[in-house]
Design a protein around this ligand. Structure first.
Ligand code: IPE
Ligand code: IPE
Ligand code: MG
Length: 250
């Protein structure tokens, strides 16, 4: 007899890829609405299922030894969506943050956030602050949530900060270089992403990490975010392992 009864119902676990592992993975989690529509459900059901994909990807990153995982969870442009969807997303985020802390601690994951988090509703901001504080001592994986995030706003804020330093006589304009710009971005504490994944097949950045993705490898999959699992992450990392990163040299 081949295999046990359980092997007929549970697919065999996919082995993690053996090649190079990105230090930093960034993901544009897209397709929740289309996933829901395809199932005759509300868009918010798609966002809820998306939280399961997040959970599984965090586990996958821990297995691989990825150090940073940045997830695009809410863009500044997403404020333009219907009020009920925005409110539902904020509540979902609050529930997720409250519920996931024990598991994040078990896995050694530190939670951080980038973006204009001050624009989030107060209850969401509080949930975020609590989760950040409760996981601050973890050092295996840094999970960065991009919330009310806009790359152009981030760059504008960096330019303003640099201009203020020049005005105060603390900075010579001629001394401004790529390093000094990077140091003024929200992401100053993280290395640039090595791999960018976008789900649901869209071929655009949608205002995500424009500066930081200059030499990042892109991986676009048709899979919708609520269906994305650890195996899909491993597949993306396997593809990353085949790339020849030249950084402009030969
Ligand atoms: C991504 O899924 C989640 C957010 C942008 C908050 P979408 O809600 O954009 O899903 P689609 O693109 O409409 O399918
Ligand atoms: C990008 O997805 C933002 C997030 C995943 C949070 P969108 O669905 O908002 O992007 P567009 O509208 O397709 O460019
Ligand atoms: Mg979308």
């Amino acid at each position: 007899m081949r295999g046990s009864a359980s092997s007929l119902t549970t697919p065999p676990p996919t082995a993690p890829p053996s090649g190079p592992v990105p230090r930093h993975i960034a993901i544009i989690m897209d397709g929740n609405g289309r996933w829901a529509r395809g199932k005759g459900l509300e868009r918010l059901n798609g966002h809820e299922r998306g939280a399961e994909a997040v959970r599984d990807c965090v586990k996958g990153c821990r297995e691989l030894g990825v150090e940073y995982l940045t997830l695009y969870a809410f863009s500044t442009e997403n404020w333009k969506r219907p009020r009920a969807e925005v409110a539902g997303l904020m509540k979902l985020l609050e529930r997720f943050l409250a519920k996931e802390v024990p598991e994040l601690n078990t896995q050694g994951v530190r939670l951080e956030a980038i973006g204009r988090v001050e624009e989030l509703p107060e209850s969401t901001r509080k949930a975020l602050d609590r989760a950040k504080a409760a996981t601050a001592a973890n050092d295996k994986l840094t999970l960065v949530l991009a919330l009310s995030y806009s790359s152009r706003v981030e760059i504008v804020e960096a330019v303003q900060a640099l201009a203020r330093e020049v005005q105060a006589g603390k900075l010579d304009p001629a001394a401004i270089d790529a390093e000094s710009v990077s140091r003024h971005l929200y992401t100053r504490a993280y290395p640039d992403p090595d791999l960018l994944i976008r789900t649901s097949g869209e071929m655009r950045l949608s205002n995500f990490l424009l500066w930081q993705l200059s030499y990042t490898e892109f991986y676009i999959t048709q899979t919708l975010w609520p269906d994305f699992r650890k195996d899909d992450l491993f597949e993306a990392v396997r593809a990353y392992g085949q790339r020849n990163r030249r950084f402009g040299a030969l």
